[in-house]
Design a protein around this ligand. Structure first.
Ligand code: ACO
Length: 432
C-alpha cells in the first residue's frame, strides 16, 4: 500500500478521511475506500462499476484509451500470432511462458482429462433437440461438481489445479457434444493426438462414418480466435466467477455461473447477435437505415459488436480478427462468405464516419468480426457464444485460482443505497 492518499471531505458534516492509494504496475491507481464507512458512515456508490476496481490482479492489463491488451505483460497481438492455445493458457494460469518441458507436462495433464464421465452423457439426452447450446453448457458444466468429488477441496492447491485442468480439458468435449445433440449425431470422443483446436474441430465435424479432413488454416484461425478471447480482466463473466467463488462455491459451479453471465447479448452473446443483425440488414444499401435506427433513442436497436465499456479506441482484438477474416475467407470458399464480410466492412466504415459513433468512441469490439470466421469454419450461429466460453474458461480458472490463492480473500458482498419504504406497520389482509 502506498503512502499517497486522497482526502475525502463530507461537506455536510465537515468530517474528513484520508484514503490510501493502491498502486498498480501500470494504469490508474485505485483508492482504498474501505475506511469510508467506518470513518464517515458513507458507502461508495457505483452501479455498473464504472470507477470501481473489485480486486487487484496480475493476469491481464487493458488500456482502453490506447487500445492495449496484455496477458501477463505480453501484447495479445504477439501471442495471437506466435503462440498457441495451450502455451497461452499456461501463461495465463501460471504467470510465465512455459519451457518445452513444462509445456509438454501441461499438455499431458490437459489430455489426461479430455474425456467426460460416460454417465454425464445422460444429461445431454435430457435436453430437447432444439435447446440452445448455451443452456446445455450451463447445465452440464454445473453438473460436473457431481462427478469429480476428488478435486473439490478448494483449500487444497492441488485440488484447485486439477479442477482447473479438468475445466480447460473438458470444455471442448462438452461444447461439441452440445452441438452433436442438437443435430442428432453421435458424440465423438476426444483425440489426444490432435492439438487443442484440432481436437475440437474433429469432435464437432467428424462422424463414425466420415473422418474430418483437418485444414491447418482453420486450426490456425481457431487458435487465434481462442487466444484473443481467453481473458479480458474483470468483465461481467469473470467478475461473476470471482463473486461466486468468493463464497467458497466449488469451481465447476463458479464456471457455470460465468457461462450464464457470458450468454447475455451485452457480453458474449453479442457474437451471435452480430450475425443475426447482418443477416437482417441483408444488403449494403440497407446499412444507412440500420445506422439511423442505432442512433434513434426511441428504437431499442443497437449496433451489435460495437462499443465497449473499457475500450474508447479500436479494440485490438477486433483489428486482428478483421485481418484474419481477409486471410481465411480468401482461402475458404470466398464466394460463400465474402458478401457478409463486405457488409460488415461497409457497416464499420459508415458507423466510424458518423458523428454519433465518433463522439461516443464507439468502435467494433471483439464480437463484430469473430462470427464471420466461425461461420467460415462451419460453426453454426448458436454455437458462437459457446466458442467464446471454451476460450474464456482459461481466464475464468486463472482468476479463480488467483483469488483462491490470496490469503486475504473474503466473500464479495456489495452494499446498497436503500431507496425503498421506511419502517411501517403490518396491516392484516382484510383491512387492506
Ligand atoms: N449502438 C448504438 N449506440 C450505442 C452502442 C451501440 N452498440 N453502444 C453504446 N451506445 C451508446 C449508448 O446509447 C450511450 O449513448 P448516450 O450517451 O447518448 O446515452 C453511449 O453510447 C454509451 O453507452 P453505454 O450503454 O452507456 O455504455 P456501456 O459501457 O454501459 O455499455 C456495451 C457497453 C454494453 C458493450 C454497449 O456498447 C453495447 O450494448 N454494445 C452492443 C453489444 C455488444 O457488442 N456487446 C459486446 C461487448 S464486448 C464483450 O463483452 C465481449
Amino acid at each position: 500500500m502506498s503512502k499517497k492518499t486522497v482526502t475525502i471531505t463530507n461537506n455536510w458534516t465537515g468530517k474528513q478521511v484520508d484514503l490510501p492509494l493502491v498502486e498498480g504496475s501500470q494504469g490508474p491507481y485505485g483508492i482504498d475506500v474501505r475506511p469510508l464507512y467506518s470513518e464517515l458512515g458513507l458507502l461508495a456508490y457505483d452501479p455498473g462499476f464504472f470507477s470501481t476496481a473489485s480486486c487487484s490482479s496480475q493476469i491481464t492489463y487493458i488500456d482502453g484509451e490506447e487500445g492495449v491488451l496484455q496477458y501477463r505483460g505480453y501484447p495479445v497481438e504477439q501471442l495471437a500470432e506466435q503462440s498457441n492455445f495451450l502455451e497461452t493458457a499456461y501463461l495465463l494460469m501460471y504467470g510465465e511462458l512455459p519451457t518445452l518441458t513444462q509445456l509438454s507436462a501441461f499438455r499431458t495433464q490437459i489430455c489426461h482429462h479430455t474425456m467426460i464421465n460416460e454417465s454425464l452423457k445422460n444429461f445431454f439426452h435430457g435436453f430437447h433437440y432444439d435447446a440452445h447450446p448455451m443452456a446445455v453448457m450451463v447445465g452440464v458444466v454445473g453438473s460436473l461438481s457431481a462427478f469429480y468429488h476428488d478435486s473439490l477441496d478448494i483449500r487444497d492447491p492441488e485440488h484447485r489445479e486439477v479442477s482447473a485442468h479438468r475445466m480447460i480439458a473438458k470444455m471442448p468435449t462438452i461444447a461439441a457434444a452440445s452441438y452433436k445433440h442438437t443435430i442428432g449425431e453421435p458424440f465423438v470422443y476426444p483425440r489426444n493426438d490432435l492439438d487443442y483446436c484440432g481436437n475440437f474441430l474433429n469432435m464437432m465435424f467428424s462422424t463414425p462414418c466420415e473422418p474430418y479432413p483437418m485444414d491447418p488454416l482453420k486450426e490456425k484461425a481457431l487458435n487465434l480466435l481462442f487466444i484473443l478471447h481467453m481473458d479480458h480482466e474483470q468483465n461481467a463473466s469473470s467478475a461473476t466467477v470471482r463473486l461466486a467463488g468468493s463464497s467458497q462455491a466449488n469451481p465447476f459451479a463458479c464456471i457455470a455461473a460465468g457461462i450464464a453471465s457470458l450468454w447475455g447479448p451485452a457480453h458474449g452473446g453479442a457474437n451471435e447477435a452480430v450475425l443475426e443483425m447482418l443477416e437482417q440488414i441483408g444488403t449494403p444499401e440497407r446499412v444507412p437505415e440500420f445506422i439511423r435506427r442505432a442512433k434513434d433513442k426511441e428504437d431499442p436497436f443497437r449496433l451489435m459488436g460495437f462499443g465497449h465499456r473499457v475500450y474508447k479506441n479500436y479494440d485490438p482484438r477486433a483489428r486482428l480478427i478483421r485481418k484474419t477474416c481477409h486471410e481465411v475467407l480468401a482461402q475458404v470458399a470466398p464466394d460463400a462468405y465474402n458478401p457478409i464480410f463486405e457488409l460488415a466492412l461497409k457497416l464499420e466504415e459508415l458507423a466510424r464516419s458518423d458523428d454519433y459513433f465518433i463522439e461516443r468512441n464507439l468502435y467494433p469490439n471483439v464480437d463484430f468480426y469473430s462470427g464471420i470466421i466461425y461461420r467460415a469454419l462451419g460453426i453454426p450461429n448458436n454455437m458462437f457464444t459457446v466458442m467464446f466460453a471454451i476460450a474464456r474458461t482459461v481466464g475464468w480458472v486463472s482468476h479463480w485460482m488467483e483469488m483462491m490463492g490470496d490469503p486475504g480473500q473474503r466473500i464479495g458482498r456489495p452494499r446498497q443505497v436503500y431507496t425503498g419504504a421506511t419502517e411501517r406497520v403490518y396491516c392484516p389482509i382484510e383491512r387492506r
